[in-house]
Write a protein that binds this ligand. Structure first.
Ligand code: 8IG
Length: 268
């Protein structure tokens, strides 16, 4: 006999209720998910009013990668209460798509109407030196997976809100935009795969974000995606790719990214 499964939505409700208890904050306004290289940028965002381990909440499991810390912060930024996920579960961990998007659904259940998804990624445009931020204009999901199950035909037009992108560019003129291509990972691409990503319309290659954005849209959230180009994609430069260099690019870009987040978060 099969046990009845808890739906991912009620698990997220449970997580949001525990979050409210542990943080003492009944509702959050905005969620921020930090990708590779973004942790230093988020340190100066505002006053941390509570910090918990993700594993204290129903449905979350431990972090898997060095440089990814499984902590969740409640941060006061101006008049907003921001829920900051210091790390994410990646599709390549094999825990399933529901685990990947559980933080997003928890944020929605906690009251967040807006989510800022950040990531570290490879860039196809040689003009994007490591440490360049790029707004995600649209995505191509090459995982072959979806967080949605059944006849859930969610519209993904303007998934990465043109309103929020416009606000970000008002605050940071010259901020470039690009199409983010999510590969399943965990290996980086071959140069031929990077060329393919460019031919099909991509500008950025990475291993996260698209499934979370889809779940956020399903939940009715407005999405802002910001990539930090930490390396030129394979074959764009003749340098081999290295995770330590990814983290170093994040550290080097921290003050610029911190200033960017500090400008954007209070007004979206
Ligand atoms: I940071 O070049 C980072 N993450 N797929 N390709 C993919 N993911 C990445 C890359 C990259 N850099």
């Amino acid at each position: 006999m099969t046990e009845p499964q808890t739906s991912p939505y009620s698990l997220a409700q449970d997580a949001a209720a525990t979050l409210a208890e542990l943080t003492g904050i009944a509702r959050h306004d905005l969620a921020l998910v930090l990708g590779s290289g973004w942790l230093p940028a988020a340190e100066a965002l505002g006053e941390t009013t509570a910090e918990i381990d993700a594993t204290e909440l129903p449905g979350f499991s431990g972090a898997a990668v060095a440089g990814h810390s499984g902590r969740i912060r409640s941060v006061r930024v101006g008049d907003r209460q921001v829920l900051v996920f210091l790390s994410r579960t990646h599709y390549y961990e094999g825990k399933g798509v529901a685990a990947v998007v559980h933080p997003v659904r928890t944020a929605a259940a906690a009251g967040c109407g807006t989510i800022v998804l950040t990531n570290g990624c490879g860039g196809l445009n040689p003009a994007w030196a490591p440490g360049t931020p790029v707004l995600i204009r649209d995505h191509i999901n090459l995982t072959g997976a979806s967080p949605l199950v059944g006849a859930t035909f969610v519209d993904l037009t303007d998934l990465y809100s043109s309103r929020l992108r416009g606000l970000a560019r008002d605050l940071e003129p010259g901020l470039d935009e690009g199409v983010y291509v999510q590969f399943p990972g965990p290996h980086y691409e071959t140069p031929a795969e990077v060329r393919m990503a460019g031919i099909i319309g991509g500008d950025l290659v990475g291993m996260s974000t698209t499934l979370e954005a889809i779940a956020a849209r399903e939940a009715g959230m407005e999405v802002l995606g910001i990539s930090l180009v930490t390396n030129l994609a394979a074959g764009i430069s003749d340098q081999p790719l290295d995770h330590a260099e990814v983290l170093e690019a994040g550290r080097a870009a921290a003050s610029r990214m911190g200033a960017l987040l500090g400008k954007i978060v209070p007004v979206i």
